[in-house]
Write a protein that binds this ligand. Structure first.
Ligand code: MLT
Length: 410
């Protein structure tokens, strides 16, 4: 009989968001009349920016004519998109990323999971706690951990708590680690990292020969000009970091699917014998073997995000969701809730009222206010007693949600 990858059996529950979806569906079947507002998963609600829609329509037209039809594209992405990314996201900010260091994909969730293909399973891996569950779950699937303890923490991973007590700034690991996942602006806490904090991580990685896997999927939400948008804004980061980016949260591509990973040519990993090898080459090999490139139509849409009109329309979209975040923050603060994040990020992180556990509060909000959020404990043991609200929704729903929330809490 075919043997399974038993590492999957170590994962206790389903992936967090489908699990929430399952509980909400159960509630809706029992209460079909309930008008449920979903502020759980960070899924965008507003239509694609017009410049992107037009670019995608025109790309479909290209596909309808023999002369401009495209079959397989370059696995790494079309030059028109890789160049636009390098110029606009990096070089315009004084960051010397070049197009050949950019790998376009169907999203940064896939990349941040798939990246483990190119690393050995005996690396020591550090994650913040709470954390985007993909980092932990994919390490479990890859066999990089032992079993979970009662709190859900997996043996072998190094957890770096981020709570109100340390202002959501993780301490550097007190043991050497090889891979470090960082996400800023942070999912789930909505907090950001200063240049000094990131410089501390780069320094740690350089001293310990570690690699930082930096997830910048929410960089478009940074409103404070002092906060770095990319790990590569930090001196020395090109030797110790790679970066994941996404068009999901800025351009509304959660359903369209496009993202990219930046791996500097100078980033090296080591063989067991100590030979240094370029990480970029391994990822290029993996990418071109297991992936046939994001679709031409999607990449044309993504490239339109960098046109003059596209940039303005995206800025408007981001501002719309940030205003939602502000309404949530202020509405919750008005009834005495401790609220974090939501200023440079589309997530508001709050302390559950009355000492409720995260899942108790989830049930209470769902049952009493027909509101869905995400229990903090679903992101890790240190998320217990916290709760996340996503600002991705219509204005009307957010305003209604604030009123419902206030009614339940006050
Ligand atoms: C979230 O809600 O944390 C995100 O939507 C997850 C994701 O982007 O995959």
């Amino acid at each position: 009989m075919a043997r399974i990858n038993e590492n999957f059996l170590k994962l206790q529950a389903g992936y967090l968001f489908p699990e929430i979806g399952r509980r909400v569906s159960q509630f809706v079947s029992a209460h079909p009349e309930a008008d449920v507002i979903r502020l759980g998963i960070g899924d965008v609600t507003e239509p694609l920016p017009q410049a992107i829609v037009e670019a995608m329509h025109s790309a479909v037209d290209d596909m309808s004519v023999r002369e401009t039809f495209k079959g397989y594209g370059p696995e790494q992405g079309y030059d028109f998109l890789r160049n636009a990314i390098a110029e606009n996201d990096y070089q315009a900010r004084g960051v010397p990323v070049t197009a050949d260091e950019i790998f376009v994909s169907d999203g940064s969730k896939c990349d941040s999971g798939n990246i483990l293909d190119i690393f050995s399973s005996d690396n020591k891996v550090a994650v913040t706690d709470p954390v985007y569950p993909v980092y932990v779950d994919t390490n479990v699937m890859a066999g990089n951990t032992g079993p979970a303890d009662k709190s859900g923490r997996f043996e072998g991973l190094v957890y770096l708590p981020v709570t109100a007590e340390n202002d959501f700034i993780p301490s550097l690991p007190d043991e050497p680690v090889d891979l470090i996942y960082l996400c800023y602006p942070n999912n789930p806490t909505g907090t950001v990292a200063t240049k000094e904090t990131l410089a501390g991580w780069v320094d740690y990685a350089r001293k310990n020969d570690a690699i930082i896997l930096f997830d910048a999927a929410y960089e478009a939400y940074i409103t404070n000009p002092e906060i770095p948008h990319s790990i590569f804004e930090i001196d020395g980061a090109r030797d110790v970091a790679m970066e994941f980016r996404s068009f999901s949260k800025n351009a509304g591509f959660t359903g369209v699917r496009c993202g990219f990973t930046v791996i500097p040519n100078s980033l090296m990993g080591s063989t067991v014998g100590g030979a240094r090898k370029p990480i970029r080459d391994l990822w290029n090999r993996r990418h071109s073997t297991k992936f046939n490139g994001a679709s031409y139509v999607v990449q044309r849409g993504a490239a339109a995000a960098y046109s003059v009109e596209g940039k303005q329309q995206i800025a408007d979209l981001v501002e719309f969701y940030l205003t939602n975040a502000q309404l949530l923050r202020e509405g919750l603060q008005a009834v005495g809730i401790n609220v974090y994040g939501g200023v440079n990020a589309p997530y508001v992180w709050l302390k559950t009222p009355g000492g409720q556990t995260s899942w108790e509060f989830f049930d209470s909000l769902l049952n009493r206010a027909h509101l869905v959020g995400t229990p903090g404990s679903g992101f890790g043991a240190s998320g217990e007693g916290y709760f996340r609200l996503s600002a991705f929704n219509s204005r009307a729903n957010v305003e209604d949600a604030v009123k419902r929330f206030q009614k339940v809490v006050s």
